[in-house]
Design a protein around this ligand. Structure first.
Ligand code: FMN
Length: 430
């Protein structure tokens, strides 16, 4: 399932108890200190060990006071040309990031973003945050939104259906991000029930009100992530409406609301190109990005200013550094060495190190380990069963598991095109 229902996180937040490190946390985490409602969160939930943080929250701080936002709140609608110029000026100030980690509930959290940034990602989205719960619940804020100085450029994504509530939530994060993003693409049942995400496509005046509210009252620009309509003209009218309402960057997922299965339905790059041609603000393309060749083809085809990748990054967080996955094979350790020595187990180890530095709930770590090592587990299912049987994880156990997997063999090397070409040339010459 694409979107993990929010209720697990919310239930976990509700299970928090006061924690003795509360004062330290408040000092380190300005978002916590802004909240009026003590007590601060407890780190451990007795209900489900996976909801516990993987280490003490005092490590997980917003280390320095955030930089001031570069733009002034405008408080009134701007003319089209000025709006577009401002949108580009902001995008260029950020270095025009082309390779972007897509928003993923429970999966684009801080340690994963940091791992992807290390391997070439130039910007990243947080997972979708629920604006009402975020604005009301300190526990939810502390548990679901963490960042650090190096975690920029950053899009913080909210789902919402009330402009005032959205603004309240957005105000809390604006010092820590470069865009506040509105999720207009979630197609899951939970979004239908909650009346947000792609189901707002049935109520365009509400979408317009959400965008206007943010664009006229925030210092940071507002971005939107949309799905396309079945009819191209509807999509173009929609995109133009968003731009006019004050959206400063548009990410277009080239699938409709009904095309939920990304493996079954190819994203429509023609529709993304049509949107890019129809509006003036920066556009990011989303869908069908499995490796860097796809990135180049997509930018070429759509004329978009950057791409988002989601599912493929989960399997291979080094995608944006040019690494690709290979077919699983038994005992291919030599090949791994030939191709630069990087495999998914190495990425898991690096990810775990980021988690030790930037604690997150164990359920997120568990999810990433499964996704990065999925192919390896298919060769050694007993190791996956052992992992599933661990109701309480530790870093030590996970590191041991990775070592055992490596000893068992069958690793899947990640390779770069250059390494592959060189290997092919060497084979031809020998
Ligand atoms: C695990 C998972 C969680 C996701 N959560 C979100 C989310 O929080 N917000 C959002 O806008 N899209 C979310 N998506 C959708 C992705 O951002 C992206 O639009 C979609 O997967 C298509 O990109 P892809 O073809 O690269 O996977 C999620 C996707 C996955 C796989």
């Amino acid at each position: 399932m694409r979107f993990r229902p929010l209720h697990s996180s919310v239930a976990a937040a509700a299970a928090y108890k006061p924690h003795p490190k509360a004062r330290l946390l408040r000092r380190l985490n300005p978002i916590s200190s802004m909240a009026a409602d003590p007590p601060p969160p407890q780190l451990e939930s007795e209900e489900d060990p996976d909801e516990r943080f993987c280490a003490a929250l005092d490590l997980c701080s917003f280390s320095d006071p955030p930089p001031l936002s570069p733009t002034e709140p405008i408080g009134r609608p701007l003319s089209g040309e000025i709006r577009v110029d401002r949108a580009w000026a902001h995008w260029n100030r950020l270095g025009s990031p082309k390779l972007v980690v897509a928003p993923m509930v429970d999966n684009s959290e801080l340690p994963f973003r940091m791992l992807c940034r290390k391997y070439g990602a130039e910007a990243a989205y947080t997972p979708m945050l629920h604006s009402r719960i975020f604005s009301e619940t300190e526990k939810y804020r502390s548990m679901e939104f963490t960042t650090c100085k190096e975690d920029r450029p950053l899009f913080v994504q909210f789902c919402a259906n009330d402009p005032d509530v959205l603004l309240e939530a957005a105000k809390m994060v604006e010092p820590y991000c470069d865009y506040v993003d509105i999720n207009l693409g979630c197609p899951q049942r939970i979004a239908r029930r909650g009346n947000y995400g792609a189901f707002l496509m049935d109520n365009l005046p509400l979408i317009k009100a959400l965008v206007q509210k943010l664009s006229q009252n925030l210092q940071v620009p507002v971005s939107c992530k949309i799905r396309i309509f079945p009819n191209l003209q509807d999509t173009i009218v929609y995109a133009r409406m968003l731009e006019e309402a004050g959206c400063a960057l548009l990410a277009v997922h080239g699938r409709t609301r009904d095309e939920k299965d990304g493996k079954k339905f190819r994203a429509d790059w023609n529709a993304i190109k049509a949107v890019k041609d129809a509006i003036g603000i920066p556009v990011l393309a989303n869908g069908n990005i499995r490796h860097m060749e796809d990135v180049y083809n997509c930018l070429d085809h759509t004329g978009a200013d950057g791409v988002l990748s989601a599912e493929s990054l989960l399997e291979n967080p080094a995608l944006f550094a040019g690494f690709r996955t290979m077919e699983p094979k038994e005992n291919n350790a030599d090949e791994i060495k030939d191709n630069g020595g990087l495999d998914q187990a190495d990425l898991v180890v690096e990810y775990l190190k980021f988690c030790e530095q930037y604690p997150v709930p164990w359920r997120m770590i568990r999810s990433h380990v499964h996704k990065m090592l999925g192919d390896w587990f298919r060769i050694h299912p007993q190791v996956r069963e052992e992992l599933n049987a661990q109701s309480k994880l530790t870093f030590e156990w996970l590191h041991d598991m990775v070592t055992r997997l490596k000893e068992l063999g069958g690793g899947i090397p990640l390779y770069t095109e250059e390494a592959n070409t060189a290997a092919r040339a060497a084979t031809c010459n020998s």
